[in-house]
Design a protein around this ligand. Structure first.
Ligand code: CTP
Length: 407
């Protein structure tokens, strides 16, 4: 999607087995449109050769502060000045200690120290054995480099190259890519607590059957991701879907509309923005059978009775906090026809300031969509684009409304 188009990244490798993941990370950065300048420490070159990273980045790799290729012989100045960000991945315990002390006796730590700190952010992706990670010296150094302005990314948990299991693995390349994309996103929802519902609900008929719908959850997940990238604290209440949880988003899985309502009601007191993208089943079987309903051979089909599910959005929108303007509610409308008329009527019926219409059958399960934003003043189209792009535009729109509300 070229999410890093125009960005120039200095990718620094310090010594660690996770250097092998840096090769893939380099590819992923370039796939997203970034240009990448690799700088390696001597230790990193023990784990992977500069040849690989030169081939992947399309640029010669730097390793020495005495590199005479630069006309002014100052690679530490030149490389750090042209970067939009410096990402150290893997960042070893030793390299963190060097940064904490402001050491400058190798090119990578030298260029970190020499970077214009206000303009060129430094992100660290630590990678080390779990004991090294937990050691007070490492934690002390991490706190110091964070205080000095570096962004310390999380570590993964799991099997380590040494055979042990625990915290300290470097994040996977795609996770690091997501972190970098999120880092560059404008923080228009900083300080907001956002709750998103997504996906279908499943209403049981008996232990093996139920009714549901074709919602994939992709739009809601994209919105949760965009809200988190915009700096919000995000909780996602998800019906049964097969979509990976966006990084940094708290996910609560539910099945039925009643479970979704309970999860939403539990979260809502701490929330400032509620975005209801879920395609909640309107009805559920009046009484789910506790045992599988069997054919009895008579040819008679079972008669199912339905009761209406609670309207989660309408309930939240009627709450005192929403009415007082402390909770901004956004509804969705999945329609099959007459989108503007249905969306306008639905906005009034649900009592929400903003309702987002889309054509359900055209978008369920797809990676793209088109949205129609309806408010008290009128409507505005967000034309056909990927759900990622639309989610960002919607988040930007909501942020502008919150800003306007505040005056
Ligand atoms: N919604 C909800 N709880 C329900 C039904 C809907 O929270 N029980 C929310 C949806 O998440 C969405 C909005 O209400 O934000 C509209 O959902 P939609 O299914 O399009 O509308 P319905 O209320 O079901 O109306 P209709 O059946 O007339 O289309």
């Amino acid at each position: 999607m070229n999410e890093l188009a125009g960005k120039h990244i200095v990718l620094g490798l310090s010594g660690g087995v996770a250097c092998y993941k840096a090769a893939d990370l380099c590819r992923q950065l370039i796939k997203e449109g970034a240009t990448v300048q690799v700088v390696m420490t001597e230790a990193a070159e023990q784990f992977i050769t500069p040849v690989t990273l030169q081939a992947l980045s399309g640029r010669t790799v730097y390793g020495s502060q005495w590199d005479a290729r630069e006309p002014n012989n100052m690679p530490h100045i030149n490389l750090s000045r042209e970067a939009d960000a410096i990402l150290i991945a893997p960042c070893s315990a030793d390299f963190i200690a060097r940064l904490a002390q402001g050491r400058a006796d190798d090119l990578l730590s030298l260029l970190c120290l020499a970077r214009p700190a206000q303009r060129v952010p430094l992100l660290l992706a630590p990678a080390m054995n779990r004991e090294m990670w937990a050691h007070p010296a490492t934690q002390r150094n991490l706190a110091q480099v964070a205080q000095d302005g570096a962004t310390v990314l999380a570590v993964g948990n799991g099997d380590q190259a040494c055979g042990e299991t625990g915290d300290g693995r470097m994040l996977e390349p795609l996770e690091l890519l997501d972190e970098l994309i999120a880092f560059f996103a404008p923080k228009v929802l900083a300080g907001q607590q956002v709750l998103v519902t997504a996906g279908p609900t499943f209403e049981a008929i008996d232990p093996v059957r139920g009714i549901t719908n074709l919602s994939s959850g992709k739009m809601g997940f994209a919105i949760a991701r965009a809200a988190r990238e915009a700096g919000a604290d995000v909780t996602l209440v998800a019906g049964p879907v097969h979509v990976p949880t966006p990084r940094g988003v708290r996910r609560l899985d539910v099945r039925s509309a009643e479970e979704m309502l309970a999860a939403v009601e539990q979260q809502i007191p701490q929330v400032s923005v509620f975005i209801a993208t879920a395609a909640v089943a309107d009805w559920r079987p009046a009484a789910a059978s506790s045992q599988k309903i069997k054919k009895d051979g008579s040819g008679q089909t079972p008669v199912l009775e339905f009761v209406e599910n609670p309207d989660i959005l309408a309930r939240v929108a009627q709450s005192a906090r929403a009415q007082a303007g402390a909770l901004f509610c956004v509804g969705f409308a999945a329609e099959s026809h007459d989108l503007l008329a249905h969306a306008t009527a639905k906005r009034a019926r649900k009592g929400v300031p903003l309702l987002v219409g889309n054509i359900g059958p055209a978008t369920f399960g797809q990676d793209d969509n088109a949205l129609l934003l309806v408010d008290a003043q009128g409507h505005r189209e967000l034309p056909h684009a990927s759900k990622r792009v639309l989610a960002r535009q919607l988040v930007g729109d909501i942020a502008a409304r919150l800003q306007a509300q505040r005056g």
